[in-house]
Write a new protein. Structure first.
Length: 294
């Protein structure tokens, strides 16, 4: 049994609906889920993981009169699939967290980087700075990593924008910048960050980097990070210019790129013009903040 199956079974019982009736409701929403599958979900014999199954879970919350994400958040990280994932339990492949995964894979190949989880993510802090014209000014990151094997000596930071306008200023602290590759068609920048030495297995490393624009950056209404590997602590801060404060900010989440974004909560704006989300044990998927201008 699991927290998800227990909650689903209790909600079905409380609502008094048969599995056949639930199947009918889901099919009416263009979500074909068999009675057998629903039975497996509520018994804990299997769990929903595919994008269409996760959309069905969101629909079940509505059909059963549950609050938004009450079932979805009980699923936890997806179970690993494929040989490469044996290295990092609970991870997601690149094509499930990045809409331009082919472009990212090409850039990583050009840097000769193997993105197979040689580093464990202990914490990641993103700080996004916006300018007075509502434009993205800088992307600042602080990362705490731990080597999963001997000899790891670098990390590659990847930035994705929906705009072909890419940052042209690159700063690194506690490391040095190696190869940089860009793909303006897909709005991608990959920056190799090289450690001061090769790490031993289990050794930790802290680095900082900044990507910024010498001229105006693209207009921004959201920022999100596609997370492939579990992160013990993730912090995202958005710093607005005093001359351009948003009307509202919302925390957003999705388990993979095949699932629509969900608003989890409205976020307060501080008197210093900033907002943030903080997540312990951040599971793979999309974690972000969107904002609305008046």
């Amino acid at each position: 049994m699991s927290a998800f199956s227990d909650a689903l079974r209790a909600a079905i019982t409380a609502r008094g609906l048969s599995l056949e009736r639930l199947r009918h409701h889901l099919r009416h929403r263009d979500l074909p889920v068999s009675v057998a599958t629903l039975s497996y979900w509520q018994s804990g014999a299997c769990r929903p993981e595919r994008p269409v199954s996760l959309r069905a879970v969101l629909a079940l919350e509505d059909i059963l009169g549950l609050s938004r994400n009450s079932l979805l958040t009980l699923l936890g990280p997806p179970r690993p699939r494929g040989r490469w994932l044996d290295h990092v339990p609970g991870s997601l492949p690149l094509d499930r967290v990045c809409p331009v995964h082919a472009g990212v894979a090409t850039l990583l190949d050009r840097i000769q980087h193997r993105p197979d989880g040689d580093l464990a993510w202990l914490s990641h802090h993103d700080r996004i700075v916006l300018g007075p014209d509502r434009e993205e000014r800088a992307i600042q990151g602080q990362v705490v990593l731990a080597a999963r094997r001997d000899g790891v000596d670098r990390h590659v930071a990847v930035y994705h924008s929906d705009s072909p306008l890419l940052p042209d200023i690159r700063v690194a602290r506690q490391c040095r910048i190696g190869r940089v590759r860009e793909d303006r068609v897909n709005g991608l920048t990959a920056v190799e960050l090289i450690f001061e030495r090769r790490l031993a297995a289990g050794e930790t490393y802290v680095l900082e980097y900044e990507l910024a624009y010498s001229a105006g950056g693209p207009l921004a209404t959201e920022y999100h990070r596609g997370v492939r590997f579990p992160i013990r602590s993730y912090l995202l801060q958005i710093q607005f210019d005093p001359a351009a404060l948003p009307a509202r900010c919302h925390r957003i989440w999705r388990p993979d790129i095949g699932t629509p974004w969900t608003d989890l909560a409205e976020l307060p704006l501080t008197r210093w013009g900033a907002t943030h989300l903080a997540q312990a044990d951040a599971r793979p998927g999309g974690h972000g903040i969107r904002w609305e201008w008046e």
